[in-house]
Ligand binder design. Structure first.
Ligand SMILES: *Cc1c(COP(=O)(O)O)cnc(C)c1O
Length: 394
């Protein structure tokens, strides 16, 4: 016990360094590839989707590719698709191969290395699927995978087995969720439906509304949420129309995938403000990624800036052991140390829960620093965030 205290107390005393100054993101008109784009086109999410970077040749016009990236791009065809929105491309540092936005979007050769313990479907979602596109793991809530498309394909994607532009023919068939809807209808215990994917906000407003309507029509569903990365990768998608539509189906909550403070741009803030102003509570989900957000000061900056745009940090995920993600994974101790540096040191609202999704289908399991030093009859010995010891008598 004393040992534990010393290690953790020492950890917390470590000086939190200041963030390295990163290059400011450029206005898109300063980038030669986009300098002639009409601002109305730039703000049109369909234009952004249509003009995504899909090939090595297009990407080479924006950044100076490293040999690792060249090799990754060569192999990427046929595996997880490459797609980078022009908006995201303007945030990438073309000179820095370690740019956090670049590493999340550009494949490297190590993505094709399969390491021990890595799996195709680490969370065993396919096994817990009672109907197509549905995952039912917890008693009172389900996960509905509404599409396999995203605005951008993150290189650390946990659902890379499903996601991409391999254009599954049935993508748009209106009846594809019938069995899932029937299942939810027949299970009165289901009070919470999480619509995710892929990214459900890549669907057209009408498609999304028709799905939401069907779920809302089920009387025992109390609450609906959407998991998305669009406010970060394609903020232009958050339109007045979309927000007005979502507002009709309140309460809808939204979990947004944010990984790095550089993702919180003025444009992203506008999108988040529109959602918040429409009464949609926003949470963030981050994946702990080596070299991207695995330093306490980076994560602290992220969670504090999220509060400023009215996004409540919800989860930090240990990077799932999905095939080809070894280069992103950190030891669990790195995540625990980040939690140690957050709790007590910043606003409680800024502190998310660090979880490991139990491989094989265990669900989200919280992990973090230990604050109970010993427990006996009627007595708890605790330590606080500074390592000071307190006894609580029952
Ligand atoms: C994450 C997840 C949920 C939602 O979990 P919460 O902790 O309630 O946010 C539901 N079902 C599955 C399969 C999930 O992976």
């Amino acid at each position: 016990m004393n040992n534990l205290l010393t290690v953790e107390a020492k950890a917390q005393q470590e000086v939190i360094a200041q963030p390295r100054q990163t290059r400011k993101s450029l206005d898109y008109q300063q980038i030669s590839l986009y300098k002639d784009v009409n601002p109305l086109d730039w703000e049109d999410w369909h234009w952004q989707i249509k003009h995504r970077i899909r090939t090595r040749e297009e990407l080479a016009q924006i950044i100076k590719l490293t040999p690792e990236e060249e090799a990754g791009l060569k192999k990427a065809s046929g595996m997880l698709s490459l797609a980078i929105t022009p908006y995201w491309a303007t945030l990438i540092d073309p000179e820095d191969p370690n740019c956090p936005l670049r590493r999340q979007a550009v494949p490297v050769n190590t993505e094709f290395v399969v390491s021990p313990h890595e799996m195709v479907d680490p969370c065993a979602e396919d096994r817990d699927s009672p109907a197509p596109h549905l995952v039912h793991r917890y008693p009172d809530r389900v996960l509905l995978l509404a599409t396999d498309h995203c605005a951008m394909y993150c290189r650390h994607c946990t659902r890379r087995r499903l996601v991409g532009e391999h254009a599954s023919e049935e993508t748009d068939s209106p009846g594809r969720f019938d069995a899932a809807i029937e299942y939810i209808k027949a299970n009165r215990k289901i009070r919470d439906v999480l619509i995710s994917g892929g990214d459900p906000l890549t669907l057209e407003d009408e498609q999304l509304e028709s799905l939401i309507q069907k779920i809302r029509a089920i009387s025992h569903v109390e609450f609906l949420r959407i998991g998305t990365r669009v406010p970060v990768t394609l903020p232009q998608r958050i339109t007045e129309n979309l927000v007005t539509m979502l507002k009709k189906y309140s309460p809808i909550w939204m979990s947004i995938h944010f990984n790095h403070p550089k993702e919180i741009t003025k444009r992203c803030k506008i999108a988040c403000d529109m959602l918040s102003d429409a009464g949609i509570p926003l949470g963030s989900q981050s994946v702990l990624l080596k070299g991207i957000n695995d330093r306490p000061y980076v994560m602290r900056k992220l969670v504090q800036e999220l509060l400023q745009i009215r996004v409540r940090p919800y989860y930090i995920y240990q990077c799932d052991p999905v095939k080809g993600t070894q280069h992103f994974r950190t030891p669990v101790a790195v995540g625990i140390n980040i939690m140690e540096k957050l709790r007590g040191h910043t606003s409680g609202y800024a502190v998310p829960t660090y979880v490991i999704d139990g491989p094989g289908g265990g669900g989200k399991i919280p992990v973090g620093p230990n604050y109970i030093l010993s427990q006996a009859k009627g007595k708890y010995v605790l330590r606080n965030y500074k390592g000071k010891i307190y006894t609580y008598l029952e």
